[in-house]
Design a protein around this ligand. Structure first.
Ligand code: NAI
Ligand code: MG
Length: 396
């Protein structure tokens, strides 16, 4: 059998080191693969005017699976100012390459599991009865629609005339905004399609079934956002009744869900939401299980899939002589990749090893020691990125 090829997309800043260490863990865990490096990120914006070169798209088209570190993004004007002088007057406009990847390959299903590791000093602790304290075990998987909704990019300030005329056909627009001068209007749309909604819902139910979760919660706001949230909830009801009668369907509003987050996080299993609410609720749950050093994700399309930690490139740590950041979020993202490509046994071994390292508590990165991130945390006893990877490898 020929080896599987993975497109390694290190990107910028700490993305490079966490990916390198993760590949070391994968190798030692016995995952037999070849890695081809795909160019992505700030350097390619500066030198080529494109942070996502076509050759990288072609690599992913060919090999289908990407393991992505993180990239640096900057606001439009700052980006233009850093372009190579030879590109300066070409009218190039920066846009995020990870968003570009999601759109190009229609990576519409985003999964963000948030699972407590026993013994992680960053676990959420809650006050119980009397003056007791409780550490609820969170095991939640958030399914976020990744391409539509409020992040779909269909928006205007001072909308063009045909758009404005169309809005005037809606009685609520006339009543609430009809007297506002057009130049003073900014509009961002929230578009849901049946096809994408069906895909994210089905993915959530199938995951619940596969991994034995008892419930799927639609976390939206159907009582107020009647059309989009309402459609998602209605489709979920129909799908549950027809195809997943053994799984309970719950319905929470995003605002109430954030309030309940710390009250009873252990009650939730699979949560499914549109793009923005999924973004919010997944960061909320990630905070309960250790934050950015632990938050992993998968972006799944029909053809191509990309696995990445939730964190960014943390540029202020990128040039430390010894990298201090926690590689676990990246390693966990790689485990999601292994599950996806039928290497669940290796993923299980790696997770077990992470669990052992955390429970032993001897090797902890600065975030786990609740230190402020600075180069001297190593001197104060924090493990480096490499030492954490070494510990995971030693426990495999
Ligand atoms: P960030 O996630 O890079 O860092 C925020 C803070 O979180 C860091 O200063 C650090 O204290 C902590 N942190 C992040 N990763 C960590 C890890 N593995 N271990 C321990 N601590 C960790 O977000 P920030 O500072 O807002 O953005 C930095 C750059 O990253 C920006 O250019 C931003 O656009 C980009 N970004 C890229 C993302 C991606 O590639 N998917 C996602 C988020 C931000
Ligand atoms: Mg986010």
């Amino acid at each position: 059998m020929h080896k599987r090829t993975i497109v390694a997309l290190p990107g910028d800043g700490i993305g490079r080191v966490v990916l390198e260490e993760t590949i070391r863990v994968l190798d030692k865990a016995g995952f037999d693969a070849e890695y081809v490096e795909g160019d992505i990120g700030w350097e390619f914006w500066k030198t080529e005017g494109n942070p996502l070169p076509d050759r990288t798209i072609e690599l992913l088209e060919k090999h289908k699976i990407g393991l992505f570190g993180a990239i640096t993004s900057k606001p439009k004007d700052a980006a233009t100012a850093e372009l190579d002088p030879s590109l300066a007057d070409k009218g190039l406009i920066y846009s995020s390459p990870i968003v570009g990847l999601r759109q190009h390959f229609n990576l519409d299903i985003c999964i963000r599991p948030c699972r407590t590791y026993k013994g992680n000093p960053l676990n959420f602790i809650r006050r119980g009865a009397g003056n007791s304290s409780e550490e609820p075990a969170v095991d939640v998987a958030i399914f976020r629609q990744n391409t539509e909704g409020l992040y779909g990019g269909v928006e205007w300030s001072n909308p063009p005339e045909p758009v404005y005329q169309a809005l005037l056909t809606h009685p609520k627009f006339v009543k609430n905004f009809g007297k506002v001068p057009k130049e003073e209007l900014s509009i961002s749309t929230r578009i849901f399609t049946k096809r994408a909604t069906e895909r994210i819902l089905r993915a959530a139910f199938e995951y619940a079934q596969k991994f034995g979760f008892k419930s799927v919660t639609v976390c939206e706001k159907p009582n107020v956002i009647r059309e989009t949230s309402g459609m998602m909830y209605k489709m979920a009801q129909e799908m549950q009744a027809a195809d997943f009668p053994g799984i309970e369907l719950w319905n929470t509003n995003i605002d109430a869900q954030m309030m309940w987050l710390t009250k009873n996080p252990e009650n939730y299993g699979v949560i499914v939401a549109g793009n923005m609410f999924g973004d919010i609720v997944s960061d909320g749950f990630a905070g309960l299980i250790g934050g950015l050093g632990f938050a992993c994700s998968a972006n799944l399309g029909e053809d191509v899939s990309v696995f990445e930690p939730t964190h960014g490139s943390a540029p202020k740590y990128a040039d430390y002589p010894k990298s201090i950041v926690n590689p676990i979020a990246m390693v966990e993202s790689a485990c999601m990749m292994l599950d996806h490509i039928g290497e669940a046994e290796i993923a299980k071994r790696i997770r077990k090893s992470i669990s052992k390292v955390i429970q032993e508590g001897k090797v902890r990165t600065y975030d786990m020691m609740k230190m402020t991130g600075r180069a001297d945390v190593i001197k104060k006893g924090a493990a480096s990125t490499k030492e954490m990877a070494d510990a995971i490898i030693a426990n495999l």
